[in-house]
Design a protein around this ligand. Structure first.
Ligand SMILES: [Mg+2]
Length: 357
């Protein structure tokens, strides 16, 4: 992934993608997803990267990403280190796509991926009221999603999980609290242990490995860490503390595919399963995340749904389709997910170009 790449010309495109339904994260609600798409071209090959921080979830803003990418591209792509994680991921993913395309290899094989199809799950947010939740979960199961993950919050977990578990006694279910549970009151998280969940994701705040370790020791359900893992070193610390029985590795949160792959290697060595979560990626950004999700230790379904889950008009010429609960990785050079020019034009709000990066 860090292989030298020839000097490239770059295009930085801001696009706004209308979501099919509002996305709630914390206190904010997003109706359109804003992304920066980076295209690098060199010697007839091209590579694409994407960053799209989610307001209310991501620590960085799109403007911070734009500023860092501008300065990096103006400096010949040399501004390594520092910078917002999702922007660093976009630059690294574009370079990896370019390198794979130039080498005539699919990106996922270039990264060391071993599975040509990735099992996918779907997320049901807190915006869905309890009475409608079981039917929504049943509809996702009928569509083929391999895992259904319920967002939960204090006072809004046990009833929601029980209702869905009653409707789907045998389906793969999990929950994600996004760090909202109180470590001084671990009873609610422990009460979820009886529902046969695949994992309880990030019950407590990102920095509180101790609380996660205590819960992990007290229950049978694996504790999965997401926001706690921003680097491979975080993965080492979390596993050494006994704080995690699974890891959700998002390249946009970890500053790139290489960092996420290194954390994957740490987890594999420890015998801990990992998977790749989603951040509303367009079809372009999804290709890089799916390539990561094809690594051998990514044995749990990825929250990287088909295009139709989030977007009625995705950017890629061929939408990502789910077949039998899986997305198939393209057997073409590079990521195989360049935007369709007409679709890109429909959503573009600004374009900047840079030469010799
Ligand atoms: Mg999460």
């Amino acid at each position: 992934m860090t292989s030298p790449t020839p000097p490239a010309d770059a295009l930085l495109v801001e696009a706004v993608l209308p979501l099919r339904r509002p996305h709630r994260s914390g206190a904010s609600e997003v109706r359109d997803h804003r992304v920066l798409l980076l295209r690098l071209t060199a010697r007839g090959a091209e590579g694409w990267g994407e960053c799209g921080p989610i307001p209310g979830y991501s620590r960085e803003t799109l403007e911070e990403c734009r500023a860092w990418l501008r300065s990096s591209l103006a400096a010949g792509g040399a501004a390594a280190g520092g910078g917002p994680p999702s922007a660093r991921h976009a630059l690294e993913a574009a370079r990896a796509d370019l390198a794979a395309a130039a080498a005539g290899r699919p990106l996922w094989r270039h990264l060391g991926g071993s599975r040509p199809r990735v099992a996918v799950g779907a997320v049901l947010g807190l915006g869905i009221a309890l009475p409608g939740l079981p039917a929504a979960a049943e509809a996702l199961a009928a569509e083929g999603y391999r895992r259904i993950k319920l967002k939960v919050a204090p006072g809004r977990s046990v009833d929601r999980v029980r209702a869905v578990r009653d409707a789907l006694p045998h389906h793969d279910l999990a929950v994600d609290a996004n760090g909202t549970f109180d470590p001084a009151d671990p009873a609610e998280a422990a009460a979820l242990d009886r529902f046969g969940l695949s994992f309880i994701e990030q019950p407590f705040a990102a920095g509180d490995l101790g609380a996660h370790a205590r819960l992990a020791a007290a229950i049978d359900t694996p504790v999965c860490l997401d926001e706690s893992i921003a680097s491979p070193e975080d993965a080492v610390r979390a596993l050494a503390a006994g704080a995690a029985g699974a890891l959700n590795l998002k390249p946009a949160r970890m500053g790139g595919l290489a960092a996420a792959a290194a954390a994957h290697d740490v987890a594999v060595a420890a015998g801990v399963p990992v998977w790749c979560g989603g951040m509303l990626e367009s079809g372009v950004g999804k290709a890089a995340a799916l390539a990561l999700a094809s690594l051998p230790g990514m044995t749990l379904p990825a929250d990287l749904p088909p295009s139709s889950r989030h977007y009625a008009d995705d950017l890629t010429a061929v939408p990502w389709l789910m077949v039998d609960g899986h997305l198939a990785l393209p057997e073409v050079p590079g990521a195989g997910a360049a935007p369709d020019p007409a679709a890109l034009e429909r959503h573009t709000v600004s374009v900047e170009s840079f030469s010799g990066t």
